[in-house]
Design a binder for this molecule. Structure first.
Ligand SMILES: [Zn+2]
Ligand SMILES: [Zn+2]
Length: 133
C-alpha cells in the first residue's frame, strides 16, 4: 500500500482512500475492467463509493500515467493497471482482454522514416484458447 501511496503522491496528487482503493484493485486484477466492473468489485468494501467517483478516479489516474485507458470496442472504455508498453489480445468469443509482451524497440524500428515512438499500443483480435476449441 505504501508504494501505491508513493506513486499517487509523486504525481502531485492527493492520496485519498478512493484513489488507493481503485489503483490497488486495478494493479491486482489485470483483467482490463470497465469502470462499472471496478465499482461493483469495490462496493462491498466501500459501500459509500459512487460510480461517478470511480469514473473520476480512473480518469485522474490515467491522466497522470499511473494506469492506461483502452478503447477496444468503441462503446466501452476499459482500464489497465499496468502502465508499461504491452500488447493486448481481445477475444471476439468471450470478450477477454489478455496481455502479451511486445518488442517495443523492434516495433519502433518498423515505423515510417523519421517518425519517433512515444507510446506503443498493440491490439490483436481473434479467439482465445478456450474459445477456439
Ligand atoms: Zn475467448
Ligand atoms: Zn494490459
Amino acid at each position: 500500500m505504501k508504494d501505491l501511496e508513493q506513486d499517487i503522491r509523486s504525481c502531485g496528487l492527493r492520496v485519498t482512500k478512493q484513489r488507493i482503493a481503485v489503483y490497488d484493485w486495478l494493479r491486482r486484477h489485470p483483467v482490463h475492467p470497465t469502470a462499472d466492473r471496478i465499482w461493483s468489485a469495490l462496493l462491498p468494501d466501500y459501500p459509500d463509493l459512487s460510480l461517478t467517483t470511480v469514473y473520476n478516479t480512473v480518469n485522474v489516474l490515467a491522466a497522470h500515467g499511473l494506469i492506461r485507458t483502452l478503447n477496444i470496442r468503441s462503446e466501452e472504455q476499459r482500464f489497465d493497471g499496468n502502465p508499461a508498453d504491452h500488447g493486448h489480445f481481445s477475444c471476439r468469443g468471450c470478450g477477454a482482454v489478455l496481455d502479451f509482451d511486445i518488442d517495443v524497440p523492434r516495433i519502433a524500428s518498423m515505423l515510417p522514416q523519421g517518425c519517433t515512438a512515444e507510446k506503443c499500443d498493440v491490439f490483436v483480435t481473434g479467439l482465445c484458447t478456450a474459445c477456439a476449441e
